[in-house]
Design a protein around this ligand. Sequence first.
Ligand code: NAD
Ligand code: IPM
Ligand code: MN
Length: 347
Amino acid sequence: MAGDGIGREVVPAAIRCLDLAAARHGFGLAWTEYDWGSDHYRRHGAMMPPDGLDRLHAHDAIFLGAVGAPDIPDTETLWGLLIPIRRRFSQYVNLRPVRTLPGAPSPVRGADTMDLVIVRENVEGEYSEVGGRIYRGEPAEAAIQEAVFTRAGITRVAAFAAELAAGRRGLVTSVTKSNGIVHTMPFWDEVVEQTLAGRPGVRLEKILVDAMAAKLVLAPTAFDVIVASNLFGDILSDLAGAIAGSIGVAPSANLNPERDHPSMFEPVHGSAPDIAGQGVANPVGQMWAGAMMLDHLGEPAAAADVVAAFEAVLAAGVRTPDLGGTAGTEEFTDAVARHLGEAPAQR
Ligand code: NAD
Ligand code: IPM
Ligand code: MN
């Protein structure tokens, strides 16, 4: 699903590269394309057909660009496609690796060796449907939405972060605002501590989100695995992406770790209406999300080839404007495709 805006530019670019990597490794990807998104909404009044989720469920994985259009409320577009997929398929881990890429200049001093992963809780927390209502026209007009943090929901995402850290540098940084959000976030702290207690090779560090925003900029190499609630994980992932040079390079995997439902792979960024249609979008986040999908599908060698290919192109100085370069999406993608063995004459 390319979706909206630059999704329609970066998804075809990434699919081209994923197909090349698959061919090199002797397998094929059987794509089903769904033209769901804001155009579908304009025509049918819904982002996807009524049986959309059932149709998606028949697949091994979902590859999404982005959704969101300036003329349609985000509550319609996001809650009509993206959020229902994450929830129905219990994609409770949103995995967002961020690292400094060769040839991608960081606006931040000392970020050259940043290598971290954000594990964002993806189905509950601040993004809850409980109690959501605008009390219009009442004497005390107000809007109220409850945050929901369950023991099971915190435990499973914390356990995922711990297992990930055990295979990396062993540090889990849990980010909350437990000094100010006094009912839900002290509970998050408590459950994360209990989940990580006694795990060999894993250290837990707790930090408040305001301090974290500063420390991420001042010391981006101080982190390994960051575990955070839905909203904080969302905000920190754009920040970390920008420290890597551009949010255009940041990938995201919405994982259902039990694999009883399909997982979904998409970039961190949105539909970027300000640059859509100009052919300048950075396709790296989408390509990297595609590599994460290949990995998830059991093809780590092909996944590594895709990452190596866009890294080689960046290292050679071919960059889109968000990274200070002059290449368009197509020129960048052509270069990646050549690295993956596509002959120039093929297109
Ligand atoms: P955005 O991520 O779309 O764009 C933010 C800024 O980053 C823009 O200046 C944009 O040009 C730039 N940018 C983003 N991706 C880029 C890329 N690949 N290459 C170069 N520059 C890039 O965020 P926004 O403007 O706040 O949101 C636009 C729409 O997208 C909204 O409707 C929002 O709700 C939606 N959105 C959707 C998703 C999703 O589908 N997963 C994620 C985020 C935002
Ligand atoms: C993301 C996006 C979404 C989120 C929005 C569009 C609802 O920002 O995937 O990072 O907050 O989850
Ligand atoms: Mn976001």
